[in-house]
Design a protein around this ligand. Structure first.
Ligand code: ADQ
Length: 489
C-alpha cells in the first residue's frame, strides 16, 4: 500500500520509537510502546493507520517503516535548533508553565514562536502527504496546537480531532500569551477538541465566548454536548475525555512477580511501611514538597525512621532547562539532608533514583508500596496514580493524591491534599499511614473502589469515546472517521 493511503493518522510530537545501540555499536530504531500506543493500536491496525512524529533525536530520522502489526511510522525531522526553539523553548518554557497556572514564569520569545509555527507547518505538510482522501487525523497535545488550523486549510476533506494532555488554563491566564488569537484559531481547526476534565473544557469555551464566538451547550464527559459556531458555518465540538492506562497490563501479578515484590521489600530492609513517589523530574510534580512533608514528620517524631522508608523514582526530564536543573538540585539536596539527619549506616530513610525504570519493574514497586505519594501542583491527569491503583487489586495500600491532579476527579477515595500547604500534605500522609494500621477495612474498601474505577475506565475507553464522538461530530458531512472499536474495515 502507498504511503499516501492512510485512513487514520495519529500525530504526536514523539513517534513511539527509540534509537537503540547494540553491544557492537550498531544503532537501530525500535518501537517503544506506551499507553497511547496501546490505546490506539486496534484502530491503527484495523485502518491502515499511520503515526506521524519526531523520533526523539535531533538531526536524525529513520526512513518511514511499518511495525509488525502493519502500522506505518512516519518520522518528522527536527534540527538541533528546532529542538531548542520549538520543543525546549516555546513548548516547554512558554506553554508548559502557562498551562500549569504559572508555577514558574513563562518566557515569551518571538523567535521561539516563529519556530513553533514553522514546525507545526512542517508536521502539517507530512500529514497532508500521508493522509488518504477523507481520512481521520487525531492531533495530540500542546506542541501541535496550530496543526488543526493549518491542516484544515490544506486538506478540508479531513476529519480532525485534537486532544490536549495538559490542563487548559483559565482565560485570565491564557490571555497573557502574545499569540493567543493564532493559538485558539489553530485549535479551532479541529472538528472535536478534547480535554481531560470538564473544567478544562469550560475554560476553553469561556475563552471562545470572550473572543465573540457563539457557544452552545455545556461540556460533559465522554460526550459532545458543547459546540462552538465559527463564522462561515463550521461547528466545533468540545468535551472532556479523561485519559487512563492499559489497566490489564498493570494489574496481573504472577507468582514470579510476587516473589520479585517480596525481594524488593527485603532489599529495602523490610521496613514496616514503604512510601513511594514516581515522577518525571518536573517542577509541576511537587517532589520537593513531599520530601519536606516527610522530613517534618520525622522531625516531630510522628513518623519513625526505623519503621518507614521513602522511595523516590525520578525520570530525567528536560534537563537543559534552568527550572528543571534547579528542581533537581533542590530535590537532591533535600534527599541528602534527610538521609544525613535520620538514616542509620546502611539504612537510608530515603532511597532516590534519578533514572527511568522498566515497566515490569515499576509494576513491582507499585505493588510493594504501602503508600503512594502523588503531589503535583497541577497535572492534566497523572497516570502514576492510576497505575498504582491498578496494581492493588487486593485492596492493599493507600493513595495520597493532590487535589490539583486531574485524577482526583475520578479517584476521590484517595487521601486528598493541597500541595501548596505542607500541613495538608503531612496530614494526608499521616492519615494514610495510621489508617493502614488502625482501619484496614476502610483502607481496603477505599482502594477497591478506586481499583474498580480504574479497571472499568481504561485507556481503550478513552480512545473509543473520543473517536466515537469525533465520528458523530462529522456525521452527515464528509466523515470516514474510523469505528472507534477498530471493527469496521
Ligand atoms: P506526564 O507529565 O509525563 O504526562 P504522567 O501522567 O504521570 O505524567 O505520566 C508519566 C508516565 O511516565 C507514567 O506512565 C509513568 O509510569 C512513567 N514514569 C514516570 N516516572 C518513571 C520512572 N522513574 N520510571 C519509569 N517510568 C516512569 C502528561 C501530562 C499528564 C497526563 C499524561 C497523559 O502531564 O497530566 O496524565 O500526559 O495524558
Amino acid at each position: 500500500m502507498s504511503e499516501r493511503g492512510n485512513d487514520f493518522v495519529v500525530v504526536a510530537n514523539r513517534l513511539p520509537v527509540d534509537l537503540t545501540t547494540a553491544a557492537d555499536g550498531s544503532q537501530a530504531w525500535t518501537p517503544s510502546p506506551g499507553g497511547l500506543v496501546t490505546a490506539l493500536s486496534p484502530v491503527l491496525e484495523a485502518h491502515q493507520g499511520c503515526w506521524v512524529g519526531w523520533p526523539g533525536v535531533a538531526d536524525a530520522a529513520p526512513e518511514p517503516f511499518r511495525t509488525e502489526a502493519g502500522v506505518l511510522l512516519h518520522p518528522v525531522r527536527l534540527s538541533e535548533s528546532d529542538f531548542e526553539a520549538f520543543y525546549e523553548g516555546f513548548s516547554n518554557a512558554t506553554l508548559w508553565p502557562l498551562y500549569h497556572d504559572l508555577i514558574v514564569t513563562p518566557t515569551y520569545d518571538r523567535d521561539w514562536w516563529d519556530a513553533y509555527r514553522e514546525v507545526n507547518l512542517r508536521f502539517a505538510d507530512e500529514v497532508a502527504h500521508v493522509a488518504a482522501e477523507g481520512a481521520t487525523v487525531w492531533v495530540q497535545d500542546y506542541q501541535l496546537q496550530l496543526l488543526p488550523g493549518i491542516l484544515r486549510q490544506m486538506r478540508p476533506d479531513l476529519t480532525i480531532g485534537f486532544f490536549l494532555h495538559i490542563p487548559f488554563p483559565s482565560p485570565d491566564l491564557f490571555r497573557q500569551l502574545p499569540w493567543r488569537e493564532e493559538t485558539v484559531r489553530g485549535i479551532l481547526g479541529a472538528d472535536l477538541i478534547g480535554f481531560h476534565l470538564e473544567a478544562n473544557a469550560r475554560n476553553f469555551l469561556e475563552l471562545a465566548h470572550r473572543q465573540g464566538l457563539e457557544v452552545r451547550g455545556e461540556a460533559t464527559t465522554r460526550d459532545v454536548t458543547a459546540h462552538i459556531s465559527l463564522p462561515g458555518g463550521r461547528t466545533v465540538g468540545v468535551g472532556a475525555f479523561p485519559i487512563s492506562i492499559a489497566a490489564q497490563d498493570f494489574g496481573q501479578f504472577s507468582d514470579e512477580d510476587k516473589r520479585r515484590v517480596a525481594q524488593l521489600r527485603k532489599d529495602l530492609g523490610s521496613p514496616k511501611r514503604i512510601i513511594l513517589g514516581v515522577d518525571r523530574l518536573d517542577y509541576t510534580k511537587g517532589i520537593l514538597q513531599r520530601l519536606t512533608a516527610f522530613e517534618e514528620l520525622l522531625e516531630t517524631g510522628a513518623l519513625d525512621p526505623e519503621e518507614v522508608t521513602l522511595v523516590q523514582l525520578a525520570t530525567p526530564s528536560r534537563e537543559r532547562l534552568d527550572h528543571y536543573k534547579a528542581t533537581r538540585s533542590q530535590v537532591e539536596e533535600a534527599v541528602g539532608r534527610i538521609n544525613g539527619r535520620f538514616s542509620r549506616m546502611g539504612h537510608p530513610v530515603v532511597h532516590y533514583q534519578h533514572r527511568g525504570v522498566p515497566k515490569d519493574v515499576l509494576r513491582c514497586y507499585y505493588r510493594m508500596a504501602d503508600i503512594m505519594l502523588v503531589t503535583p501542583f497541577k497535572d492534566g491527569m497523572n497516570l502514576v496514580a492510576k497505575e498504582f491503583v491498578a496494581c492493588h487489586d487486593d485492596g492493599s495500600g493507600a493513595l495520597v493524591l493532590s487535589e490539583f491532579a486531574g485524577a482526583a476527579t475520578e479517584l476521590d477515595e484517595a487521601y486528598l491534599c493541597n500541595p501548596f500547604d505542607i500541613e495538608s500534605v503531612k496530614r494526608a500522609l499521616l492519615n494514610a499511614v495510621r489508617a493502614l494500621s488502625d482501619a484496614p477495612f476502610t483502607t481496603t474498601q477505599r482502594m477497591l473502589t478506586m481499583h474498580e474505577q480504574v479497571m472499568s475506565h481504561d485507556v481503550r475507553l478513552w480512545s473509543q469515546s473520543f473517536l466515537g464522538c469525533l465520528r458523530i461530530t462529522r456525521t452527515g458531512t464528509t466523515s470516514h472517521a474510523p469505528d472507534p472499536h477498530g471493527k469496521d474495515s
